[in-house]
Design a protein around this ligand. Structure first.
Ligand code: HGY
Ligand code: MN
Ligand code: MN
Ligand code: MN
Length: 408
């Protein structure tokens, strides 16, 4: 095992210890104690690698290697470091760790780039705490307004500002980047699916990322006694939610283009075994490679949800995130493939069914994304695993690509 691989494994292992659910995967919610621990480690490593460290008004972490051209746009490289509940150790951190090691190669080779190289560790990509997702990157490009950011609350009603302040972050720091100040964005991510492993290909060069939306459906009914309320006198918010959720898969099945629909979160109020629920809130995550499919399924969900209004039941839908399918930059795709060839590392083109910060930056600057294989195609679960050799391969490819883009 080479020294880069050893450092990668150490980074991943140490970061995976910063979890609220030890032994049951990685749970690292934004601005939590675990975020604070991971942030501290990332900033210390950035400093150790000779980078100038700063955080923005969202808590995104930047490690900058200055370029020789004054005030030049940066080549940004990184990913996110938050997680889903009980997720894996590689979703997000793989890209942050690879970016750190690319920067380490710049200093090891004493390279001074013309354009600055900036390592970035992004917050709240998953949306596990504040909903929606892609928060840190949307904040930087300005598609999440400061007002919307300040209005976000977690399920306990804690605001982003309160949560930031609790771990010593400053929400008044600068937020939006001028697009002229970015030359490119590069992200390494685990595939989170089975394709690369099945085809035994160590590198996937991402061509496109699905469009996605996250909806929140609220159903209100009437609370009541489970024992004394006759069945024909109930406005049961949970039975209604179950009937809606049960019909959602049929709205996506058969549409093709990777069209999928998922309910991953359901809250029941007041959540008592002998109380008829008077409120439920559940998520609806819709994705497709074809934007028309996303829009069509949204319409179908609205119609379905609306059809349950009446008999004491009220329904409503909030859209927390909507982002169109995105294509990666063709020049960077070519560059990534060329650099993979340079190292005789087999690569293939691949599309992403997962959303990524790269899709947010793609309207703002030139974006390129690499995937590495996920063992058994598993992700968003404790079994998530990728080979540090594959990450080390990607570091070499990203280093050569970043060298060219920064004109080092
Ligand atoms: O949901 C996603 O696709 C990503 O993991 N945030
Ligand atoms: Mn994820
Ligand atoms: Mn991710
Ligand atoms: Mn991502």
């Amino acid at each position: 095992m080479n020294d880069i691989q050893e450092r990668i494994e150490r980074h991943i292992d140490l970061l995976s210890e910063f979890t609220a659910t030890p032994g049951k995967g990685t749970t690292r919610l934004t601005y939590s104690k675990e975020d604070f621990q991971a942030r501290k480690y990332i900033k210390e490593t950035m400093k150790e690698y000779g980078l100038t460290v700063r955080e923005d008004g969202f808590g995104n972490i930047f490690g900058k290697l200055e370029g020789s051209i004054k005030d030049a746009p940066s080549v940004l490289i990184g990913s996110h470091f938050d997680s889903v509940p009980n997720g894996g150790s590689y979703d997000g951190p793989t890209g942050v760790v690879a970016a750190l090691e690319v920067a380490a190669l710049f200093s090891k080779n004493q390279l001074t780039p013309k354009y600055p190289l900036e390592v970035i560790a992004l917050v709240e990509e998953e949306g596990s705490r504040f909903g929606g997702g892609l928060m840190g990157s949307r904040g930087i490009v300005g598609t999440l307004s400061e007002e919307d950011f300040f209005n976000l609350r977690d399920k306990d009603g804690i605001s982003t500002v309160e949560a930031m302040t609790q771990i010593g972050l400053d929400p008044t720091l600068p937020k939006v980047r001028d697009s002229k100040m970015l030359k490119a964005f590069l992200e390494l991510h685990i595939e989170q699916g089975p394709i690369l492993e099945e085809q035994n290909i160590p590198i996937g060069v991402v061509e496109a990322i699905v469009g996605l939306t996250q909806l929140e459906v609220i159903v209100t009914g009437q609370a009541g006694h489970a024992g004394t309320t006759p069945m024909d006198k109930r406005s049961d918010a949970l039975v209604t939610a179950a009937r809606i959720i049960g019909q959602l898969p049929d709205l996506a099945i058969g549409k093709g283009e990777g069209t999928v629909i998922t309910t991953g979160r359901l809250q029941v109020f007041p959540n008592g075994a002998n109380v008829i629920p008077d409120k439920t809130v559940f998520s609806v995550d819709i994705r497709s490679g074809k934007e028309e499919n996303v829009l069509q399924v949204i319409e179908d969900v609205k119609k379905l949800v609306d059809s349950f209004n009446g008999n004491g039941i009220q329904t409503s839908i909030e859209q927390q995130l909507y982002i169109q399918p995105k294509k990666m930059n063709q020049d960077i795709i070519t560059l990534l493939k060329e650099k993979s060839g340079h190292f005789n590392i087999p690569s293939c083109s691949i599309n992403s069914g997962a959303g990524h910060d790269a899709m947010v930056f793609s309207d703002f600057t030139n974006v390129g994304m690499l995937f590495i294989p996920s063992k058994n195609g598993l992700s968003h679960c404790p079994e998530e695993w990728s080979d540090s050799l594959h990450i080390a391969n990607a570091v070499q490819i990203l280093f050569e690509t970043a060298k060219q883009l920064t004109e080092a």
